[in-house]
Design a protein around this ligand. Structure first.
Ligand SMILES: Cc1ncc(COP(=O)(O)O)c(C=O)c1O
Length: 434
């Protein structure tokens, strides 16, 4: 086992990290232990995992129930090809997913590896649904600021910008409607209706109620209800990317639980396995599924990955669902939601804060940046990140947006430490600005 200083040295020598500019970013912190709401570095320093390690560890780290489920599964089947073969845990998971989603709206579950692949599968389902029916509909609509992943289809449906500029010429053409903030909601809806009425829109994909990576930007459920009605009237398939909003993040199990209609397709990942193993699901209803059934074999969804339906990941996901059936988990989601709302005003009244956004266990604080063209690489972000690390918090801001979406096992004391540390940072940043 590699120890202490060796980790840093060998990491620098051999590893290429995601979203990292080696020349300017802080070197990676060697984490050697994780438990509950926290992770620990090789010197024993504790960091509260404020964003659930990229929003996945909903039940906290090292949960014994998930650990046992993975171990037991390993003794039975670790992994098996999923074409022409099935296994009990995949079937159990599919049945439970169909039943945890709104009543009788979803019937079939397609397995893949992560959030991006769940989105790729959804896009293929949408486009091939119309193709198989012999109907020409080949436009796709998304919302400005969207993030659906880093594979090419997902990037094509996402906000264009500095994250994906080198690849832009290779993206397919997507129609973007405006982000429906308070001042823009009716314009955004009009833009969508105009596109839908052209008759060639195959599908609409969106992050329901909260756009995650663009800074936990929230929008109203009434607007989304109206948008969905317009999509349905115009025969546009609706895809919800609940990769981030699923699993209690918004206060309900799924963002769609706030809405009047269900989408046609939903993408799930992140908290699906409680943050233990990668897994993505794309779930739809029988009408979509049936469009792929034919004597012609090429009308099947000819898509798959080596790890599709991985049995260990399915076992972890089933164990995570067991935990969601426990009152304790639901009470924790309520407790975090309430504590966030109690502390809102503390941030709202601060001179450095532009806006505070809150839904369920997500609390986002958008800071005023002295640089009007500041983006994800805002200098405030770098300062905030270092300050939080010094104060025992693993919190990676999204540009000038500081946010909390912690594991549900976080204690009140730990949350209060996070609120206080954020305020301390704001006060310090304000002082240096004045
Ligand atoms: C809404 C949404 N969709 C898709 C993805 C991509 O998921 P993954 O990173 O697992 O590929 C993310 C990741 O942050 C996301 O927030």
């Amino acid at each position: 086992m590699i120890k202490g200083f060796e980790i840093k040295e060998k990491d620098e020598k051999y590893v290429w990290h995601p979203f990292t500019q080696v020349k300017t970013d802080l070197p990676p912190i060697p984490i050697t232990y994780a438990d509950g709401s926290s992770i620990y570095d090789s010197s024993g320093k504790k960091y509260i995992d404020c964003n659930s390690s990229w929003w996945v560890n909903v039940h906290g780290h090292g949960h014994p129930h998930i650990a046992q489920a993975i171990f037991r599964q390993f003794q039975e089947i670790d992994h098996v090809i999923f074409a022409g073969v099935t296994h009990p845990k995949a079937v159990e998971l599919a049945e439970r997913i169909v039943h945890i989603l709104p009543d009788n709206k979803f019937h079939k579950v397609f397995f893949s590896d992560n959030g991006s692949t769940a989105v790729e599968v959804a896009l293929k389902m949408v486009l091939q649904y119309w193709y198989n029916k012999g109907i020409t509909k080949n436009r796709l609509v998304a919302i400005e600021g969207a993030y659906h992943g880093d594979t090419f289809g997902a990037m094509s449906m996402g906000q264009r910008g500095y994250f994906n500029r080198p690849f832009e010429n290779f993206f397919f053409d997507t129609d973007f409607i405006s982000f429906p903030d308070k001042n823009n909601a009716s314009i955004a809806l009009k833009e969508a209706v105009q596109l839908f009425e052209k008759g060639d829109v195959a599908g609409l994909i969106l992050e329901p109620l909260v756009q995650g990576s663009s800074g936990m930007r929230m929008y109203s459920k009434d607007w989304l209800n109206d948008l969905m009605s317009a999509a349905k009237e115009n025969n546009v398939l609706i895809v919800f990317d609940e990769v981030m909003t699923g699993w209690g993040r918004t206060g309900k199990m799924f963002a769609m639980d706030y809405l009047l209609h269900a989408p046609d397709i939903v993408c799930l990942s992140k908290g699906l396995t409680g943050g233990t193993l990668p897994l993505g699901l794309t779930v739809t209803h029988n009408e979509v599924f049936e469009a792929f059934i034919d004597d012609d074999k090429t009308k099947a969804l000819l898509h798959g990955h080596s790890y599709t339906g991985n049995a260990l990941a399915c076992a972890a996901a089933c164990a995570s669902l067991d935990l969601f059936e426990k009152k304790e988990t639901l009470n924790n989601i309520k407790r975090i939601t309430q504590l966030h709302s109690q502390y809102l005003s503390m941030f709202e009244n601060h001179a450095l804060v532009r806006e505070v956004r809150h839904l369920g266990t997500i609390l986002a604080i958008e800071l005023k940046d002295e640089n009007p063209t500041a983006n994800y690489f805002s200098s405030l972000r770098e300062k905030a990140l270092s300050f939080f690390l010094d104060n025992g918090m693993m919190l990676r801001p999204l540009g000038n947006v500081v946010f909390l979406n912690p594991p549900y096992v976080i204690s009140d004391e730990e949350l209060q430490h996070c609120y206080k540390t954020i305020i301390d940072f704001l006060n310090k940043a304000l002082k240096t600005q004045n």
